[in-house]
Design a protein around this ligand. Structure first.
Ligand SMILES: [Fe+2]
Length: 481
């Protein structure tokens, strides 16, 4: 008798196995419950919809072409649509029927000089920025793309009246909920990279720009707004430029974990965009911050998902193969640090469950907050090969974690908190769930205070929307705050 046990393949891999199909405006049917009356506006989510072209797979999950899901909630109900961002690179590759460009995790096909001629394609796949008159599809290596808020038609690259051609505008902007000001950054490679800093008004128009010289070329994905400060943690990862310049390596493969280096802490003044302090701490890696604020003593308090090393990049590289095998546990940490010195005063792991995508109420960005929402692994999940099976709310007041488990073979994406438009103290948590049992996708809406209960509403989507990265909510009545 054969007693060998074949490991089962997680069902999320089905959703990434072939390019996702666009779908036009579609009225969405409530599979259960009903849409809350205070939920009026649009959900936008971005993520790689296509991970192969011709006979080639991408080299890294981050290389996939961005596709946007929009769900518009009105008094008449919900309508959804899903469209690829029509970047110049996407259009050229569609016409050619094959990949033409390199990307974060892949080199350009063909002769080696293509590494210099076509080194990278703007994948427009990471997040979105809803503005009063347009939606921006964000990607941290270049300009954003502007899209029509309603039908997601691509309008072209957008420079926010201040970016140079191709200048990077990260996917993790921060919007001050009081002033509507937008803060963001971009890392410009060079012998020593430059950290560009951007401030825009509520319409997106850039009003201030500055830059800070970094040491080497690090990987910086996110930052926090904390009261009057912008805070960056520059992780102990550096690009080894030689194999990249020789055309032998992708950016991802040339990124090296450097435990001999510190995590550098950079505190900036949000008004002047100038450095207030620089500090150092032990080496670690993080993709994402949850939130930041100033505490009663004037210290900066922030939370983020910390990894002990850069193995998370390896896991994300392996995702498109459908057979990842690298454990990369990230856990939620909270830090207190001095803005005057950039030195950490307290560093505490607040949640030891592997997690990602920490977010807060958009009305509390940069301010004191109680709840951080995030994606979490199910207890006992094999994190070498699984994606997140639950979303959760961590309560800093009580230390409690309330979890919404989606069920077997179901994968909820990054949770978003949406304040109720009618009852300010109430809110909803919205996520898009891939159901591997039925190979379908749904929009799930939870009462934020009842995450352990069933969702208050489930909406069916007409076709699979594969697991993606980040989304944002745009209220129906929106002027930029
Ligand atoms: Fe991100």
């Amino acid at each position: 008798m054969d007693l060998t046990c074949q490991a089962s393949i997680p069902t999320w891999t089905q959703a990434l196995a072939q390019p996702a199909s666009e779908f036009p405006y579609t009225p969405l049917t409530a599979l259960s419950g009903q849409i809350p009356a205070g939920l009026r506006g649009s959900l936008y989510r971005n993520g790689p919809g296509r991970l192969e072209r011709g006979s080639r797979r991408v080299g890294h999950w981050f290389d996939g072409d961005g596709a946007i899901l929009a769900v518009h909630f009105t008094d008449e109900g919900a309508t959804g649509l899903y469209r690829y961002v029509q970047t110049a690179g996407y259009q050229a590759e569609t016409a050619a029927g094959q990949y033409l460009y390199g990307n974060y995790g892949m080199t350009a096909p063909g002769p080696v000089w293509n590494q210099w001629l076509r080194p990278i394609k703007n994948a427009a796949n990471t997040s979105v920025l809803p503005l009063p008159d347009k939606l921006l599809a964000l990607w941290e290596g270049g300009n954003p793309h502007a899209l029509d808020l309603e039908d997601l038609a691509t309008l072209g690259e957008d420079r926010l009246t201040g970016l140079a051609e191709g200048e990077p505008y990260s996917a993790h902007y921060k919007r001050d909920p009081v002033t509507g000001e937008l803060f963001n950054f971009g890392v410009v490679p060079g012998r020593n990279a430059k950290l560009n800093l951007y401030k825009s008004d509520r319409s997106g128009k850039m009003v201030k720009k500055a830059s800070v010289l970094l040491k080497g070329i690090p990987l910086i994905h996110d930052f926090v707004l904390a009261g009057p400060y912008l805070v960056f943690f520059i992780p102990a990862v550096r690009l080894n430029p030689l194999p990249l310049l020789l055309g032998l390596s992708s950016y991802s493969d040339a990124m090296q974990w450097r435990p001999d280096k510190a995590t550098e802490i950079l505190v900036l003044d949000r008004e002047t965009l100038t450095v207030v302090s620089r500090g150092e701490t032990e080496p670690w890696f993080q993709w994402h911050f949850g939130n930041g604020c100033i505490d009663a003593r004037g210290c900066i308090l922030l939370d983020f998902v910390q990894y002990p090393d850069f193995q998370t990049n390896q896991f994300l590289k392996e995702v498109p193969t459908g057979q990842p095998q690298t454990a990369a546990p990230g856990t939620l940490w909270r830090v207190r640090l001095s803005p005057q010195t950039g030195q950490i005063q307290e560093l505490q792991e607040v949640l030891d469950r592997p997690c990602e995508f920490p977010v807060v109420d958009p009305q509390q960005v940069g301010q004191d907050w109680r709840y951080t929402y995030l994606s979490v692994h199910l207890p006992g999940a094999d994190i070498r090969q699984e994606l997140f099976g639950a979303i959760a709310r961590y309560d800093y007041q009580t230390g409690n974690l309330v979890t919404a488990e989606a069920g077997e073979n179901r994968y909820p994406m990054e949770p978003l908190y949406i304040p109720d438009a009618q009852t300010p103290e109430q809110g909803w948590v919205i996520t898009v769930v891939y159901d591997g049992n039925t190979n379908s996708s749904e929009v799930w809406i939870y009462d934020s205070d009842r995450l352990a209960d069933e969702p208050v509403c489930r909406l069916g989507l007409p076709s699979v929307v594969p697991f993606g990265f980040h989304g944002k909510w745009r209220p129906a009545l929106f002027n930029g705050t």
